[in-house]
Design a protein around this ligand. Structure first.
Ligand code: SAH
Length: 361
């Protein structure tokens, strides 16, 4: 195990405590100081005796991702650039919104990255231009949330793994991070307010079902035929629609949790009456919710035809498409384009490294 203790789960802290000859309750104290009080140094662990603190600091370090740059959009969305230990960087977005439920306070959603870059090469997504640099560690995932919460007065109410990367290609670290954030001792976020979004990694979906995680699942669907989906998302070759949907059905049968489908509308490509009809049919295999996302043109240089012809569906036709789904009794949400002006909207996260760190604007 590495010596950066920030990112250790409670079980790992217990193991480390046992090795150091310390009683189990010390692990709980460490867990509390690291993730609830979010301290940066062993000297701040006030109820831990000095000798223990000193021996801990000989063995371990506490290192977290650091905010290097912060931008605020006209709509209140904030984007944070995090510098990582190896000089790489990722982005995290904080999105304020009214709650769907009037009895609930205003919603504040953090959108967390799980990889530096992404290997999936979806034609419409800016992160694809970075390719995959590496997976984020548990500490780097938890650290994005903790650092942003520390800088924000209002409580972050929801967390979505919809930043850079494919969470299900870094499942171990993502799930460890979920375990830490949802633990009652960290005072973090309830599992029911966390959503993991996947491009359709079948093993990951089945694993989420088998392990009984109580977080929500979202599937980036974006097309209703294998032909088109393959053009847009190369991963569809490995996991065609039928295989993904079998996994989704398996997930629902085991968890009884509703699944969210994300569907970007591309002008003239996937936004017709037939598309809506097929989408209803696919989505209905389990109790669904459909999130319609306006396409945010991103500066992705790709030589495929699909990429060069992608355009956003005009607003009135987006409404029409949503109404067609609603007419079939599907719950539909129109995702806003929060943060568009600072390149913080869905699919716009991309960094040219390390230039972004050297030239903060
Ligand atoms: N890899 C995961 C997590 C990324 S989530 C996944 O694919 O689900 C980010 C969401 O934004 C996904 O639904 C993604 O398909 C969508 N997205 C990507 N590029 C976009 C763009 N240019 N415009 C709108 N949405 C986009």
């Amino acid at each position: 195990m590495n010596n950066n203790i920030f990112g250790y789960t409670l079980a790992e802290l217990e193991e480390a405590s046992t090795q150091a000859g310390l009683p189990r309750y010390r692990a709980e104290q460490l867990f509390y100081w690291l993730y609830n009080r979010r301290v940066d140094d062993f000297s701040e662990f006030h109820n831990v005796p000095r000798l223990i603190r000193e021996s801990l600091s000989e063995k371990y370090i506490i290192r977290k991702p650091l905010v290097r740059k912060e931008q605020t959009s006209a709509d209140g969305t904030q984007k944070f650039l995090f510098g990582l230990e190896d000089g790489r960087a990722v982005e995290t977005v904080l999105i304020p919104a009214e709650s769907d439920d009037r009895d609930q306070p205003r919603r504040l959603t953090i959108c967390v990255s799980t990889q530096v870059g992404c290997p999936l090469d979806c034609r419409f997504c800016a992160t694809a231009s970075m390719k995959l640099k590496r997976n984020l560690t548990t500490g780097e995932i938890v650290g994005q949330y903790m650092a942003v919460q520390k800088r924000t007065d209002a409580r972050i109410t929801n967390l979505v793994f919809m930043g850079m990367g494919e969470p299900m290609l870094n499942m171990d670290n993502v799930m460890r991070a979920v375990g830490i954030i949802t633990h009652e001792k960290t005072g973090g976020i309830a599992a029911s307010r966390i959503t993991l979004s996947t491009a359709g990694m079948v093993e990951g979906i089945r694993r989420m079902a088998d392990e009984g995680w109580k977080i929500k699942l979202a599937l980036s669907l974006h097309a209703t035929t294998d032909d088109l989906r393959l053009q847009l998302m190369p991963i569809n070759k490995k996991y065609p629609l039928a295989v993904v949907m079998d996994a989704i059905e398996y997930y629902y049968r085991k968890t009884r949790m509703r699944v969210t489908y994300e569907y970007i509308l591309f002008n003239g490509l996937n936004d017709g009456v037939e598309d809506a009809r097929r989408l209803v049919k696919i989505a209905r295999r389990v109790p669904p919710k459909v999130n319609i996302i306006p396409f945010h043109p991103a500066d992705v240089s790709s030589d495929t035809d699909a990429a060069t012809t992608l355009e956003a569906t005009p607003r009135w036709r987006i409404e029409e498409f949503a109404d067609a789904l609603r007419a079939s009794n599907i719950t539909v949400m129109l995702r806003s384009s929060s943060g568009l002006d600072i390149d913080a909207a869905c699919g716009q996260l991309a960094l040219r490294e390390p230039a972004s760190l050297q030239h903060p604007s």
